[in-house]
Design a protein around this ligand. Structure first.
Ligand SMILES: [Fe+2]
Length: 203
């Protein structure tokens, strides 16, 4: 069965004014769709067609040399963007419960967590992602990855938050102002989804 572009769990304009409708339409309907198409082309006729994309990424070393780069880039793009859309929503807010406790324990406060995350996002030269992950032992960690790499290839890491810092994610509205995009993005984080990921990672 071929990989498919997932529908957004909200309207294209639902994240306004922080992320504009045109960016969402292009980012989802063109960029993400292209990763899906290229992934399907790369794995056509192989056993990887029938696997979950995250399962493929976790065992990237089993993918044959001739398609490994295509799977890494386009499978990573498919997995990262799927998580990215689900991480966002129109209501924003702040974490509560065990996730809030975990963040306070790891970073001191939510603001300190955001500062570290924003620094990782800003320090990524060129295209990539910033992540907050839960490690195998339940601890929390922030890092960034280049291109479409991500936590799925890091053994035991479960992504909780992922922020796309490719220019295609913000250029139409923010041009070169990545810092403003990163800061504003916190207004559209769906903390209920993040809390559910945290619960399943440490549960
Ligand atoms: Fe993207």
């Amino acid at each position: 069965m071929a990989f498919e572009l997932p529908s957004l769990p909200y309207a294209f304009d639902a994240l306004e004014p922080w992320i504009d409708e045109q960016t969402m339409r292009t980012h989802h309907g063109k960029h993400h769709a292209t990763y899906v198409d290229n992934l399907n082309n790369a794995v056509a006729g192989t056993a990887f067609e029938d696997m979950e994309v995250t399962a493929i990424l976790k065992k990237l070393y089993t993918v044959p040399d001739e398609i490994r780069a295509a799977v890494r880039n386009n499978g990573g793009g498919h997995a990262n963007h799927t998580l990215f859309w689900e991480t966002m929503g129109p209501n924003g807010g702040a974490p509560s419960g065990p996730l809030a406790d975990g963040i306070a324990g790891a970073f001191g406060s939510l603001d300190d967590c955001k500062s570290s995350f924003n620094a990782a996002a800003m320090a990524r030269f060129g295209s990539g992602w910033a992540w907050l992950v839960a490690r195998l032992d339940g601890s929390l960690l922030i890092y960034s990855t280049p291109n479409q790499d991500g936590p799925y290839t890091q053994t035991g890491d479960t992504p909780l938050l992922g922020l796309d810092v490719w220019e295609h994610a913000y250029y139409l509205k923010y041009q070169n102002r990545r810092a403003e995009y990163v800061e504003n993005w916190w207004n559209v984080v769906n903390w209920d989804v993040v809390a559910a990921r945290y619960a399943s990672a440490v549960g």
